[in-house]
Structures are given as structure tokens and as C-alpha cells.
Design a protein. Structure first.
Length: 447
């Protein structure tokens, strides 16, 4: 007999403790295979139900074999797909809000831009699935158990465990805010730029996963395994990290509370500002100025990536083409400096003084610039002196510019895609030709 894979409404399954990670099937069981016509007809009736029109009927794909099915752009909100096999299925932009995906197999499925908010995904397998820009807000992805009934007995003969598995999943820029993922296996998954605010990951295995630039504010990471995970440039304010292990985890450029830093330090993680350097920062800056002046014939290009620079006074420095990515430069004074074509990706420049800097063509993607002073900063397009049509924009994609002072700044042609400018002062700023697609402009001051 197969597993009894009922949804919570039907009472055929319930959560339990830790269970095996592997997923196996009783191959003698004849999974219900639907034709594309049957699937589309069920989806049509389901949509009529959602719209309150006559002839509607809830789609129930329970224990179905839908491997490789094309379900993109369908509205399957509140549908029941309990225990079904959807590995390698196409679900691009599919609406599954509130659906039951209990113990469903979605390995290698394409779920780009899909809406999985408030879904029951307990015990789901998303191994190798593509969740790029998918919405999983408030989804339930906890551990689950399926009861096995045999011989018509009223009580289950045994139980088959299901641990939610997102190993090697691609979830770049996906929204997991408030999701319940405790106990999940998330080995080597890609959560770059994902929204994981207040997510519950207690006891999860996150080893080798990438959370570069992700938002993990208020996330519960207690008792997690973080070994070799990449949190470069991530925001982890108010995150809970007690009892977690983090040997070799990378937190360069990340924003962390003091308590979290102390805990991670004991665990052997690489912390903000801990990158090694050949010479003190002021000496490296001086040698870089010589390198720029001599066009590389003498001096040395500054590599301050991941270095501790907080509070230093580096006003009027020449840092053209310098490597400053992931640097910890909170409150650093760089007023009047040249940062042309400099790499400042994921650098922590909160409350830094960047007034009047020339940062044309610089890379400031995912930089933390909350409360920074950028008054009269040159953040526009850099044109080649030898080849005028060749130009390099200042890149501020996903930069965090909340409450930043950008008065009279030159942002012409700058790339500000998905940048957070909440509460920023843009009075007098020039924004002609700037790319503001997806930028957050809440409470921005323009006059």
C-alpha cells in the first residue's frame, strides 16, 4: 500500500520530530498520471471556483504523477497537490498561494516568479529547483510525516518521514519572509539577495549555502549548521544565532549585532573587517596615491577588501580604482576623495562621510550606506577621455541608502535598481537617466 498523503484538512498526516532526508517511493504503486488536457480542464474549473463563477471545482492533484508537466501561468491558489510528483515540472509565474503541497516532490522544478505564499509545504522536496524571484511569504516548510496504512487497519502500520529539502536550490531574490523552515536541509543552496526577514530556520543545515546580500533581519538561526556558508554583505540585525556552528562561514561585509559577532568569533567564522592586509590602511592609501600618479609604474594598488577601516579620517584621498569591497568602513571620513572606478561592493559605509566624493563608474552594489552623507557626491556616468561614447555608470543596485543625505548629488545615469532609498534626502539631486527600476522611494525628500 502507498503512503497515506492526506492534507491537514483530511487529517491523514501530522508533523513529527527529526526524520531521514532521503526520498523514496514504492515503485509498485501506480501513480495517477494525468494528461495535459485533464490538467488544464481541472485548472480551468479551479479558476472558475476562485472567481465565484458557476461550474467551479477545486483542483485536487493528490498522489498524481505530474513529472515534467507544464503548469506555468496557471492559477492554482488553494489547490491540493498533496504527495504528488512534480519533479522537473514548469511552474513559471504559477499562482499557488495557499495551496497544499504537503510532501510534494518538486525536485529540479522551474518555479521562477511563482507565488507560493502561505502554502503548506511541509516535507517538500525542492532539491535543485529554481525559485528565482519566487514568493514564499509565510510558507510552512517544516518537517512532516506521512502515515502508512496497510490491510484496511484503522491505525497506521508505520510512518515515513519527510524533511524539507532545498539542497542546491536556486532562490536568488526570492521572498521567504516569515516562512517556517526549521529543520530544513539547505546544503549549497543559493539565496543571493533573498528576503529572509523573520524566517524560522532553527536546526536547519545551511552548510555551503550562499546568502550574499540577503536580508536576514530578525531571522531565527538557532542551532543551525552554518559551516562554509557565505553571508557576505548580508543584513543580520536582530538575528538569533545561539547554539549555531559556523566554522569557515564568511560574514565579510555583513551587518551584525555585537552579540552575534561574539558568538560567531568563538565558532571560527570570518567576521566583518577581518580580512588580512600587508600594511596598515593609511600606508596602503598613500602607496595607492603614488600608484595612480605614476600610472602603475611605482607604488602599489590598494587592496583593502574586507579590511577594518571604521572611523578613519581619509578625507581627500586618492582611491581611484581601489579595491574596497566588503570593507568595514562605518563612520569613515572620505569627504572629497576620488573613488572613480573603485570597487565598494557590499562595503559597510553606514554613517560614513562621503560628501563631495567623485565615485563615477564605481561599483557600490549592495553597499550599506544607511545614514551616510553623500551631499554633492558625483555618482553619475564616467566618460572615457579617449573614446567619449564609452561610458561607465555608477552601480548602486540593491544599495541600502535609507536616510542617506544625497542633497545636490549627481546621479545622472546611475544604476539604482532595487536600491532602498527609504527616507533619503534627494533635494537638489540630479537623476536624469538614472535607472530606478524596483527602487524603494518611500518617504524620500525631494523638496
Amino acid at each position: 500500500m502507498p503512503l497515506s498523503a492526506g492534507s491537514r484538512d483530511r487529517g491523514g498526516a501530522a508533523p513529527t520530530g527529526m526524520m531521514a532526508e532521503s526520498r523514496s517511493y514504492n515503485e509498485s504503486f501506480a501513480w495517477r498520471r494525468l494528461t495535459p488536457t485533464e490538467v488544464l480542464e481541472a485548472a480551468r474549473k479551479h479558476e472558475r471556483l476562485l472567481e465565484g463563477r458557476p461550474g467551479g471545482h477545486r483542483a485536487a492533484f493528490v498522489l498524481c504523477d505530474l513529472r515534467g508537466a507544464v503548469l506555468s501561468n496557471l492559477n492554482l491558489s488553494d489547490a491540493d497537490l498533496t504527495g504528488s510528483r512534480l519533479d522537473q515540472a514548469q511552474l513559471v509565474k504559477t499562482r499557488l498561494r495557499g495551496a497544499t503541497l504537503f510532501a510534494t516532490d518538486l525536485r529540479l522544478a522551474n518555479l521562477q516568479h511563482a507565488d507560493l505564499s502561505k502554502t503548506d509545504m511541509r516535507g517538500i522536496s525542492l532539491r535543485g529547483a529554481d525559485l528565482t524571484r519566487a514568493r514564499l511569504r509565510d510558507a510552512d516548510m517544516r518537517e512532516a510525516v506521512l502515515a502508512v496504512y496497510r490491510g484496511g487497519k484503522p491505525l497506521p502500520d508505520s510512518f515515513d518521514g519527510r524533511v524539507p529539502n532545498l539542497t542546491a536550490a536556486i532562490a536568488a531574490a526570492a521572498d521567504f519572509s516569515d516562512a517556517k523552515m526549521n529543520g530544513a536541509v539547505v546544503l549549497k543552496a543559493d539565496f543571493t539577495d533573498a528576503n529572509l526577514r523573520h524566517v524560522d530556520l532553527r536546526g536547519a543545515d545551511l552548510r555551503g549555502a550562499s546568502f550574499k546580500g540577503a536580508n536576514l533581519e530578525g531571522a531565527n538561526l538557532a542551532s543551525t549548521q552554518l559551516g562554509e556558508a557565505n553571508f557576505a554583505g548580508a543584513v543580520l540585525t536582530d538575528a538569533i544565532l545561539h547554539d549555531s556552528t559556523a566554522e569557515g562561514a564568511n560574514f565579510l561585509g555583513a551587518v551584525l549585532d555585537v552579540g552575534a559577532i561574539l558568538h560567531l568569533q568563538r565558532q571560527g567564522a570570518v567576521l566583518p573587517g577581518q580580512a588580512p592586509g600587508d600594511m596598515p590602511v593609511p600606508e596602503a592609501v598613500a602607496a595607492h596615491a603614488v600608484w595612480v600618479e605614476a600610472a602603475g609604474r611605482s607604488g602599489a594598488r590598494a587592496n583593502l577588501a574586507g579590511r577594518e577601516m571604521s572611523g578613519l579620517d581619509l578625507a581627500n584621498s586618492t582611491l581611484t580604482a581601489a579595491k574596497l569591497g566588503y570593507a568595514l568602513a562605518r563612520g569613515t571620513v572620505l569627504r572629497g576623495s576620488s573613488l572613480v572606478m573603485a570597487d565598494l561592493e557590499c562595503s559597510d559605509l553606514r554613517e560614513a562621510d562621503l560628501g563631495g566624493v567623485d565615485a563615477r563608474g564605481a561599483n557600490l552594489e549592495r553597499a550599506h550606506l544607511v545614514g551616510a552623507n553623500l551631499e554633492r557626491a558625483r555618482l553619475g556616468m564616467l566618460e572615457s577621455a579617449d573614446d567619449p561614447p564609452r561610458r561607465w555608470p555608477t552601480r548602486l543596485t540593491r544599495a541600502r541608502l535609507c536616510r542617506a543625505n544625497l542633497r545636490d548629488a549627481d546621479l545622472r545615469g546611475a544604476v539604482l535598481r532595487e536600491a532602498d532609498l527609504t527616507g533619503a534626502d534627494l533635494r537638489g539631486a540630479r537623476l536624469e537617466g538614472a535607472d530606478l527600476e524596483g527602487a524603494v522611494l518611500t518617504q524620500v525628500r525631494t523638496s
